[in-house]
Design a protein around this ligand. Structure first.
Ligand SMILES: Nc1ncnc2c1ncn2[C@@H]1O[C@H](COP(=O)(O)OP(=O)(O)OP(=O)(O)O)[C@@H](O)[C@H]1O
Ligand SMILES: [Mg+2]
Length: 285
């Protein structure tokens, strides 16, 4: 930062950069300030519901500050960045994440969004030729479990942040999103080093058991994940056309990673489905 920049920097405000999707995020003491977007009021209402219902593993919504920014509680812990660090390949991470998402789903179930609810989305996604693949909504959930949105404590996921893509969805879509990032559902050459040789069907089953996935969810997971990854690919390309941050992601590897993920899942899908629906599913010990 230049001296002039320092002079104008806000007293006590520490910039927080994730992957650069949301500019202007700062931490001030025990709070985080983020730009207000059209969906901010809806998400604050959702976060308020989660806390009232006893789910404390998410930021507390604290309204709008004097500069017109969203105020959230700072969630203590460590937020990993891509490439995922080796220690996050541990199965305990999948188990803790599955249980966390299961708790989120249970408290989110039954929350009725305000009539004027407004939801976020990836830039340009309205131009994608296929619609959302979530299915008939059952609840409002997070839908974006990328590493930068998961707070770890004691080496395992303990809380969720950045509910910018939350909207009405299904439990299964939300599960598929978490599996995409954390199995991950990627070609081995696109995974972080500690994940390259891991057994994807086994890891999906570990998550499924920890979450308590139903027989129907186990049946439907692989086809839904294939549709989801295909739509991710189309959405990433559409976003790259309209937004410089997403163009950088596209050029720095998403362009190659997404078609490889689709091809890998087409090939690995049957083994994942077989493991998930086996009569004696893997039990985590
Ligand atoms: N409430 C919070 N508590 C703790 N840390 C936070 C909080 N909000 C944001 N952060 C930190 O700031 C980073 C960026 O915030 P956020 O995820 O909201 O924005 P983003 O632009 O979507 O980033 P990313 O692309 O990494 O998801 C997070 O990855 C996290 O490290
Ligand atoms: Mg984020």
């Amino acid at each position: 930062m230049t001296d002039a920049g320092k002079e104008h920097a806000e007293q006590g405000a520490e910039p927080m950069t994730g992957d650069g999707v949301t500019p202007g995020i700062v931490r001030i003491g025990d709070t985080v300030r983020r730009p207000v977007r059209p969906f901010t009021a809806t998400i604050q209402a959702y976060l308020a519901h989660l806390h009232q219902a006893g789910f404390t593993a998410a930021p507390v919504p604290l309204g709008i500050d004097e500069q017109g920014r969203e105020v959230l509680s700072f969630v203590p812990g460590d937020v990993p960045r891509e490439p995922l660090p080796d220690e996050t390949a541990n199965e305990d991470v999948l188990v803790a994440l599955a249980r966390l998402i299961h708790r989120l789903h249970n408290v989110a179930q039954g929350w009725v969004p305000p009539l004027d609810a407004t939801w976020g989305g990836i830039p340009g996604s309205k131009t994608v030729p296929i619609g959302p693949v979530d299915g008939e909504p059952e609840l409002v959930s997070h839908r974006d479990y990328c590493p930068g949105n998961v707070v770890f404590r004691d080496g395992v996921p303990a809380a969720l942040i950045d509910f910018d893509l939350a909207r009405p969805t299904t439990r299964l879509y939300d599960i598929a999103n978490a599996l995409y990032w954390w199995v991950p559902l990627l070609d081995p050459r696109d995974r972080a080093p500690a994940f390259t040789d891991l057994d994807a069907p086994h890891r999906v089953a570990v998550f499924a058991d920890a979450y308590g996935m139903t027989a129907q969810q186990r049946e439907e997971l692989v086809p839904l994940a294939a549709r989801m990854v295909h739509r991710f690919h189309l959405t990433a390309r559409a976003a790259a056309d309209v937004d410089p941050v997403f163009r950088r992601f596209w050029e720095q590897g998403v362009r190659d990673r997404m078609p490889r993920a689709e091809a890998w899942l087409a090939q690995a899908g049957p083994a994942i489905a077989a493991r998930l629906t086996a009569t004696a599913p893997y039990k985590h010990t």
